[in-house]
Design a protein around this ligand. Structure first.
Ligand SMILES: [Zn+2]
Length: 248
């Protein structure tokens, strides 16, 4: 499935100009901020699927809350954006609240149970078109009820979506945002591989995707300190996604 970003390699500023000119929301997926400053956004997806919940209940996985990720961010005063699934918030209400209440962080929507909006999508469950609105609104209401924060951005699970999905997300008042740097922490046990990839691929305005659920992303926290230090050394400043996209 070709990524929409690849099909429409239009630059961010041009999109903003077009949006202002037409005053209509464009069905566009944002993948990065302005390429003109050395600001970048670290983002962490908190996935949860029915299968992950089963593994938790059976004791196959101890926890899907990678506490070390936020501890490192807090200790280094690094702003970050978390994309929560509704199911993750239901499983971990206290951590979700802690993250939402920390001014270093912002909390956004990553669907209710992490289905693949467009198929195939890395083995994620499919979701009928008619249920997509329900899924997104369900996540919005769970996140708002538990954390007190109403997300403004939506990230598609697996980065799998089609043009209709983008229009649908916009019609719900949310802004679809993915990434331009895949950290590769999913399924990667070696932190060095993650560190090298992020330091090599990050550029001005980048949005970097990582995961805060541990489990099949076991080396995220091991890679994070060197990623933060390495990008700082290269002159990058970390900001939240909303700040990167100039929507404080
Ligand atoms: Zn995800």
């Amino acid at each position: 499935m070709p990524r929409l970003a690849a099909a429409f390699p239009t630059c961010f500023l041009l999109l903003l100009t077009l949006a202002a000119a037409t005053s209509e929301p464009l069905a566009t997926l944002l993948t990065h901020g302005p390429r003109s400053t050395r600001r970048v956004a670290l983002t962490f997806d908190a996935d949860m699927t029915p299968g992950m919940e089963k593994a938790l209940q059976k004791g196959k996985v101890k926890s899907y809350d990678n506490v070390a990720v936020r501890q490192i961010l807090q200790a280094t005063h690094t702003p970050a954006t978390f994309f929560f699934t509704g199911m993750w918030v239901e499983e971990y209400p206290e951590p979700a609240r802690e993250i939402a209440q920390d001014p270093l962080f912002e909390v956004e929507d990553h669907s209710y149970d992490h289905p693949g909006f467009e198929q195939p999508c890395y083995g994620l469950a499919s979701i009928p078109q008619a249920q997509k609105v329900t899924d997104i609104e369900h996540a919005q209401s769970v996140i708002a009820r538990v954390t007190g924060v109403t997300p403004r951005y939506f990230r598609f699970p697996g980065g799998c979506e089609n043009a209709r999905d983008l229009t649908l997300v916009r019609s719900l008042g949310l802004i679809p945002v993915d990434w331009d740097v895949i950290s590769g922490d999913a399924g990667q046990p070696d932190p060095k591989v993650i560190i090298q990839k992020v330091l090599k691929e990050t550029q001005d305005g980048s949005i970097i995707v990582m995961h805060s659920h541990g489990g099949k992303a076991p080396a995220t926290a091991l890679a994070l300190p060197a990623i933060i230090a390495g990008l700082k050394t290269r002159g990058f400043t970390f900001v939240k996604v909303s700040d990167l996209l100039n929507r404080p």
